[in-house]
Design a protein around this ligand. Sequence first.
Ligand SMILES: Nc1ncnc2c1ncn2[C@@H]1O[C@H](COP(=O)(O)OP(=O)(O)O)[C@@H](O)[C@H]1O
Ligand SMILES: [Mg+2]
Length: 235
Amino acid sequence: MLEVDKIDVSYGEVPALRQVSLRVEKGTIVSIAGANGAGKSTLLKTIVGYLTPRSGVVRLNGETISGLPAYQIARKRIALVPEGRGLFSDMTVEENLALGAYSVPDRGVIAKRRAWVYELFPRLSERSAQVSGTLSGGEQQLLAIGRGLMSGPEILMLDEPSLGVMPSFVDRIFEVLGEIRKSGTTILLVEQNVDRSLRMADYAYILQTGEVVLEGKGEALLKNDMVRHAFLGLA
Ligand SMILES: Nc1ncnc2c1ncn2[C@@H]1O[C@H](COP(=O)(O)OP(=O)(O)O)[C@@H](O)[C@H]1O
Ligand SMILES: [Mg+2]
């Protein structure tokens, strides 16, 4: 279980997160929804150790991980699929996937995972020798997710996976998240696409200007007046 306990995070003197707490239970999908600038990416970057909280603690299975360097946190089977995907555009699909498994010593394990990723994403399998920069936005997002899976994460975190993806392809991305969860991987999903992400989530948090303003089951939040007005544009 991942637990964020009352963290404060700032950029210089400018606060970005205030007293943010959340829990991600094993095997669930938890969504963080909120407008642009709410602090969603900051939260994920803090969990993986790119940023250090000024106060508060991040725990994984009871062990404090905040304060550890990012490379040590990465070994604890938390993977981040970053906003903008972070692929190497001159490298092929296959090479990008291999990079996701750089810390995995066992070639057999790597081969098995690659086969699973190609089974999840037949499109990538067909394009395994293609340079990733020439893939569509949606295909690149699938590749970024595939690369995250290659490390064998217990928790997969995704920052805005639907951003820059054709609407017709967004369905596929969300379907894939369902399949990954079925495989036993826990998912922490950050999205501006509040409607979709709440529908998918077992539990969700709404972040507004650096604070958690609401939390609950995804379905319940979809019916919440504040969420309907502020995020779904409904009366
Ligand atoms: N590298 C940075 N330096 C200074 N301020 C930043 C930096 N990154 C983000 N911020 C600020 O922190 C706040 C939260 O940003 P962010 O976590 O990126 O929000 P979100 O991902 O929800 O859009 C915003 O006010 C943003 O301008
Ligand atoms: Mg962001």
